[in-house]
Design a protein around this ligand. Structure first.
Ligand SMILES: Nc1ncnc2c1ncn2[C@@H]1O[C@H](COP(=O)(O)OP(=O)(O)OP(=O)(O)O)[C@@H](O)[C@H]1O
Ligand SMILES: [Mg+2]
Length: 454
């Protein structure tokens, strides 16, 4: 006979035990165990088994890489070229960043491109709230079904009945399974509900999007195991005070995780930004000290960004070094190289670095523009805004080549750049193939000479 029993689950890492513990032996968190009721299996209960046998690899037939477009090319790109039927996709992001907006727009896109119906399950908002949003976004398709429901059993029943072509669950932390006695959002609930949604997605071969909340630290709330279960994990990020939103894949079983999608939040919903360089350079029309145009590549896309540096005398105590958008350790390293090789002493100066538009740059190709911005602010000498900079700088002050200079220059030409300062090693590859003036530099000393004394 089946009997319910209690187990204790660490809310941090999902570790399970049959008795309460003060400290999790797995992740070391204190006071993180919560009680959960689970259905026990009694003697004589049937044990579910799957009677499958192994198949030889060449004998497995796969359907040709079939993907459904969401009609939002930025989202399609991040997903690896569209939605894969049967895929379970988790999307996380700060409150109010636009997760519901993005998925409602994606649902409308899929409905339009595939001709099937789409189900939007909202456990957070009422139907009228979702309808108001849809009206604002100009979505009014009779193929979109809305459901305000919180139990996974009922949600799965509706999916069974309506057979939609795509499902959106908003959000995983607010739905629950009746069989478990713990509250919605706890590790057990999140794991159980996602496992059932996974089963449904794979079984019915429909894509299921799950919205997940993020914690204060910025990681997805709930167990880490959630990220393992799903096929794709997307993060929707950006500064809420600014209109730009960046969609990034951190895990993707069907595509690269290097691609990003850029959106702008407007009163009519999220608008795709097809040409990011234009946006990130939009306010740039004059040359001012400390501001430099740089080139970066995210995935397969090059774009231009503005890097700003501010060097001011320290008024009190230890000099401050603050960097937003570029790794602070990298900036410290570049300052050290500038001091030792360039002979510029930042010792008694506060240094601030910022990337305009709230972008995070991880490429070492931004070393060169960061250095130029620092010296430009230090010496109060403006750098021409129509000059583009990229290149890596080594510890001995050498300027190292970077990947894909051609596509960087192509993008720069499109945005009206006139000159480029790049590593000497990259110069030959691009010279004569661009209308821009190309200046190659071998070392930091040569760079400073060309930019500030040339
Ligand atoms: N009338 C409007 N005009 C412009 N922007 C709006 C308008 N209404 C909402 N927004 C934008 O939409 C955002 C909310 O979007 P949405 O509800 O999709 O976010 P969410 O990530 O789902 O939030 P939550 O975590 O609360 O579910 C707001 O923060 C705001 O930026
Ligand atoms: Mg929402």
């Amino acid at each position: 006979m089946a009997r319910d029993r209690s187990i204790f689950v660490c809310q941090q890492c999902g570790y399970r035990t049959i008795k309460w513990l003060g400290k999790c032996p797995d992740c070391g968190t204190w006071n993180s165990f919560a009680e959960e009721r689970v259905k026990g299996r009694g003697v004589g209960d049937e044990v579910a088994t799957t009677a499958t046998s192994p198949v030889r690899l060449p004998e497995i037939k796969v359907e040709a890489g079939f993907r459904v477009s969401t009609n939002i090319s930025e989202l399609d790109r991040v997903l690896g070229g569209g939605v894969v039927p049967g895929g379970l996709i988790l999307i996380g992001g700060d409150p109010g960043i636009g997760k519901s907006t993005l998925l409602l727009q994606a649902l409308a896109g899929i409905v339009e491109s595939s001709g099937s119906s789409g189900l939007y399950v909202s456990a957070e908002e009422s139907l009228s709230q979702v309808k108001l949003r849809a009206e604002r976004l100009g979505i009014d398709s009779s193929h979109i079904l809305l459901l305000s429901e919180t139990t996974i059993e009922d949600i799965l029943r509706v999916i069974e009945d309506t057979k939609p072509g795509m499902v959106v669950i908003d959000s995983i932390q607010t739905i629950y399974c009746r069989e478990l006695s713990s509250a919605p959002g706890t590790v057990g609930q999140v794991r159980e509900c996602s496992a059932r949604l996974m089963e449904c997605a794979k079984g019915r071969n429909i894509p299921v999007f799950i919205i997940g909340h993020v914690t204060k630290e910025g990681s997805l709330a709930g167990p880490r195991v959630l990220e393992h279960i799903v096929d794709t994990v997307l993060y929707f990020e950006g500064d809420r005070s600014m209109a730009f939103r960046i969609l990034r894949a951190v895990k993707n079983r069907f595509g690269s995780t290097n691609e990003i999608g850029i959106f702008e939040m407007t009163d009519r919903g999220l608008r795709e930004v097809r040409n990011p360089s234009e946006i990130f350079l939009r306010q740039r029309q004059v040359s001012v000290p400390g501001t430099v145009t740089a080139s970066t590549i995210e995935g397969t896309r090059p774009f231009l960004v503005e890097i700003q540096a501010l060097v001011t005398p320290t008024t009190f105590g230890v000099p401050r070094r603050t960097s937003i958008g570029v790794d602070p350790q990298r900036v410290n390293l570049l300052i050290a190289v500038l001091e030792k090789i360039g002979g510029i002493q930042f010792g008694i100066a506060d240094v601030y670095i910022n990337v305009v538009g709230g972008l995070r740059l991880v490429e070492t190709a931004v070393d060169l523009p960061v250095v130029v911005a620092l010296v430009s602010s230090f010496r109060e000498m403006a750098v021409d805004y129509s000059t583009l900079f990229f290149g890596e700088i080594g510890l001995s002050g050498e300027v190292r080549t970077v990947a894909q200079p051609e596509i960087r220059l192509k993008e720069a030409e499109k945005t009206g750049m006139k000159r480029v300062v790049l590593p000497e090693g990259n110069r030959e590859r691009v010279e004569g193939r661009t209308g821009m003036e190309v200046i190659g530099v071998k070392s930091l000393t040569e760079l400073l000479e060309v930019v500030f004394n040339g």
